[in-house]
Design a protein around this ligand. Structure first.
Ligand SMILES: [Zn+2]
Length: 59
């Protein structure tokens, strides 16, 4: 199970709906798992990862 602080690469399947930040500049984006198999978009900064900062509870 993914947890806050875990980092993911572009192209990885989004494990949990939540807020993720660029590991380079800290810019935040919200990604959801509404679409099964949805993957992370290209990195916000070259070589950066997407880091989980807040998990969005399922409705
Ligand atoms: Zn960035």
């Amino acid at each position: 199970m993914a947890k806050v602080g875990d980092q993911f690469s572009p192209g990885d399947v989004v494990p949990l709906s939540g807020i993720y930040k660029c590991s380079s500049c800290g810019s935040r984006s919200s990604f959801s798992t509404d679409v099964k198999g949805k993957t992370f978009p290209p990195s916000h900064h070259p070589g950066a990862k997407w880091e989980l900062v807040e998990i969005t509870p399922h409705r």
